[in-house]
Design a protein around this ligand. Structure first.
Ligand code: MLT
Length: 399
């Protein structure tokens, strides 16, 4: 008899952004004239930069000519893209990551969700709370139930403490989604040292790396001594180059990262990932990779830095608006997210409904990112400046 994967029964409700989207569309049906400002899901709004458009156009033309037409891409990514990432993102920062340690993909969401397939079902996982819901949900779908949650609240300044219960796999995300908190060199070193000591692996989601402006904040976990043996890093062009709709990301797995099987024989995680990706994926389209390549050129980086600065300024503006309500917040620097307290007496979801009703502003309830997110709310700096300014004007009238 056919039966479902029962692990799905262990998931709590809908995927967060599906749920917020549903509530907004219900509200829209009841209030067709409302001009809703969306500061909920972190989706970029500025168009792709000129360099990227030029790269995409060039590739489209190549695809129309027999001599330059491309069929299946290599599932690990084209060399031209892996080479420039190795040079500009790593070697230029003194980090020795070679092109064959870089795997091109369609999104950090997919990769952070899929990588758990490489590990035993019995492992114990540490996941910050609150955090991007994909980490926990993808493990629950795979049938894992040994999850240690690491509270991140104002009490520990949104930086998780080392767990007493020893995990095998540790998810970290910095600058953090949703709290906006960045981690400094010493803070990250503490985790790398801990992983080495406990023989654990760190999955480091650096999707918001392009928003780092502060000194002393590592752009890559591989800036930390010893990380090559214990960490995987996920990067994305979604928030750095406007690729949420275009889709391109990369995952870095160093040669030195080896994980044992139950007979204590060590395996290269990089080789396992290549095996997984080449079996389950035919890679990222040539056209997209050619567009992505331009992001890493000098011109592409400077164009996109201006766009990221624009979102950062939006986030700072939202932060000022939040302050006028007498609410505390974190983030808005080194991050596009503003993570604020909800007004006293309201839950996160109640604040979501009130903000939608009173101000026609959509945010994301903190509890959707984990139970320690209750009492908090996330607003995003992704948006057009005029909408951000209007949102702040509406916010200050919130009762
Ligand atoms: C978010 O809003 O948390 C992100 O945009 C979701 C994502 O990156 O998938």
């Amino acid at each position: 008899m056919i039966m479902i994967n029962e692990n799905f029964n262990a998931l709590k409700g809908n995927y967060l952004f599906f749920e917020t989207g549903k509530r907004v569309s219900d509200y829209r049906k009841m209030n067709p004239g409302a001009r809703i400002i969306r500061l909920g899901i972190g989706d970029v709004t500025e168009p792709l930069s000129q360099s990227i458009i030029d790269g995409l156009k060039e590739a489209v033309m190549e695809m129309g000519v027999r001599e330059t037409f491309q069929g299946y891409p290599p599932s690990e990514g084209y060399d031209f893209l892996r080479n420039i990432i190795s040079e500009t993102e790593y070697k230029a920062r003194g980090i020795d990551i070679s092109p064959d340690e870089i795997f091109i993909s369609t999104g950090a969401k997919e990769d952070t969700a899929n990588i758990q397939e490489l590990f035993s079902k019995d492992i114990k996982i540490a996941i910050p709370d609150p955090v991007y819901p994909v980490y926990a949900d993808s493990n629950i779908m795979a049938g894992r139930d040994k999850i240690v949650y690491l509270p991140c609240t104002s009490e520990n300044d949104f930086l998780p403490d080392l767990p007493e219960e020893i995990p095998d796999l540790i998810y970290l995300c910095f600058p953090n989604n949703p709290t906006g908190r960045a981690i400094n060199h010493d803070g990250l070193k503490k985790w790398v040292d801990y992983a080495r000591q406990k023989k654990a692996v760190i999955l480091f989601d650096a999707a918001y790396e392009a928003y780092i402006r502060g000194e002393g904040i590592p752009h890559s976990i591989f800036e930390i001594e010893g990380a090559f043996e214990v960490a995987v890093e996920f990067r994305s062009l979604s928030k750095s180059a406007g690729f949420t709709g275009t889709r391109c990301s990369y995952t870095v797995i160093p040669d030195k990262l080896k994980v044992p099987d139950k007979s204590s024989e060590f395996h290269s995680l990089k080789d396992l990932w290549l095996r997984r990706q080449s079996t389950k994926s035919n890679g990222v389209a040539y056209i997209i990779q050619k567009g992505a390549y331009r992001y890493f050129t000098e011109q592409g980086r400077s164009e996109n830095r201006r766009i990221v600065d624009y979102y950062l300024e939006n986030a700072a503006t939202i932060g000022r608006g939040i302050s006028t309500l007498g609410l505390k917040y974190s983030g808005a620097v080194n991050s596009p997210y503003v993570w604020c307290n909800v007004p006293e007496g309201l839950t996160s979801w109640q604040f979501f409904d009130e903000l939608l009703n009173q101000c026609n502003i959509v945010g994301t309830p903190g509890s959707g990112f984990g139970s320690c997110g209750e009492g908090y709310f996330r607003l995003t700096g992704f948006g057009e400046r005029k909408d951000i300014n209007e949102a702040v004007e509406r916010l200050v009238k919130f009762k």
